[in-house]
Design a protein around this ligand. Sequence first.
Ligand code: FAD
Length: 406
Amino acid sequence: MTARQPLETTVTDPDTFRAEVAAWLQANRPPEPDFLLPESFMEVGTDAQFHYLRDWQRKAYHAGYLGMAWPQAYGGGGKPQALQDIATAEMARAKVPFFPNTIGLFWAGPLILAIGTEEQKRRYIPGILSGDDIWCQGFSEPDQGSDLANAQTRAWRDGDDYVINGAKIWTSLGSHAKYMILLARTNPDQKRYAGLSYFLIPMHTPGISTRPIRKLTGEYGFTQTFFDNARVPADCLMGREGEGWSIAMKTLTFERGAAGGQAGGLNRMAVTVDDVVELARRSRRDGRPALEDAFVRDQLARFMIEAQGDRLCGSRAQTPALCSERPDAIPLSNKLRVTEHSRRLFQFAISLQGANASRWVGDAGAVDGGKWQRAYFNAFSATIGGGPSQIQANIVGERVLGLPKD
Ligand SMILES: Cc1cc2nc3c(=O)[nH]c(=O)nc-3n(C[C@H](O)[C@H](O)[C@H](O)COP(=O)(O)OP(=O)(O)OC[C@H]3O[C@@H](n4cnc5c(N)ncnc54)[C@H](O)[C@@H]3O)c2cc1C
C-alpha cells in the first residue's frame, strides 16, 4: 500500500474547508465512464465497475478526504469528525461516485477499531481505507437470514487452524473481496447464540468459492459463498470463541447506522428529492408540467419534509439534550426511515412517467435512460440487506416504543 498524503490543509474554519473540498472534487472527480455505474456497493457486478470505483476511493483517500477522523497510526487522518462530515456532505452535493469498500469503511473497519486487537487494527485498517483490501460479510445463510442466531456454517478448531464448512448467501462484493467478516458455529452442542464465533478471514483461502447471483435488474453484485474444508489460521478469530453473537450485534449497529465511527464518504449514488422535482418539471400531466399538478406538489412536499426530517434527526441524535429521553429512538429507526423513503421516492418518480413507466434501461423512449426504474428495483436492496424493514419495525416497536413482542 502506498502511504497516504498528509492532509495539506491547516484550515479549521468549516466554510473554508468546505470550499477546499468542493474545489478538489470539481478538479478530481472521475470522468463519466462509458458503462453504467452501479447504484450502490450491492450492485458492483463487473470488473470495470469495480476498478473504476476502487480507483476513485484510492484517489480520495490519498488526497486526505476519507478516514479523516480515524487514527493516524492506522492510516487515518487523525482530524475532527466534523471535517469528515463536511467532506462527505460535499461528495453528496457534487454527486461524485461512491466508494466500493462499504463493508470495510462502514462496519468492519469501525468494528475492528472499536474491539479489535492492536495487531488487527494495524493489519486491516490501512487496506480498508485505501481500498486495497475489499471486505465482504458472511452472515446470511440459505436457510437463515433474519434468524441469524441459527447460523449453521461450521468452524471447528484443529490445532492452530479453524476448518470451515457450510454456505453463506447474498454476499455483497463476494466476487471482489479479499476479506470476509464471518459468523460461524464453533460449538454445535450449544444452541443458537452461545455456539457462535466471529472471524476475519481471507477470501483467497483454498476451499472458499463463490458463485455470482443474478438480480431482478439483470445485474450482479452478490454471491453464494461455499466453504469446503477451508482452513484458516486460529488468529482469524475475533474476540473469544462463543462471543460471535454479541460481536455480530455490534456489527449491525454500525451497518444500520445506529452507531457512529464510519470512515466517511458515500456508499451509494446520491439522488435527492430535488432530482425528482426536476423530473416533475420535465414530465407532463394533463398537458401541463407535472410540477403544476396539486397532487404531485403535495407528494413532493411530503418527500421534502421527510428528507429534511431525516437530516435534522441526524443532527438531533448528536445533541444529547435533544434526545436524552429516548436516546435509541433515532439511531434504531434510521435504516427503516431512510431506506423506505428512497424506495417510495423512486416509485413516485416512475409514476410521473405515464405510459413510459414500463420502459426499461436501453428501451427507446425510456425516461432518463430508464434510470428511475433501475433505481426503484435496486432500492429494495437496502430495505432488505442488513435486516428487512419488517424486522427493523419490530426493533423500533419493541425497543423504542416498548410494545410487547407479540
Ligand atoms: C441486496 C442485498 C445484499 C445483501 N448483502 C448481504 C451481505 O453482504 N451479507 C450477508 O450476510 N447478507 C446479505 N444480505 C442478506 C440480508 O441480510 C437478508 O436477506 C435479510 O437479513 C433477510 O433474510 P432472508 O433473505 O433469509 O429473509 P427471511 O428471513 O426469510 O425473511 C423473509 C420475510 O419474512 C419477514 N420476517 C422474517 N422474520 C420476521 C419476523 N420475526 N417478524 C416480521 N417479519 C419477519 C422478513 O421481513 C422478510 O420480509 C443481502 C440482501 C440483499 C437483498
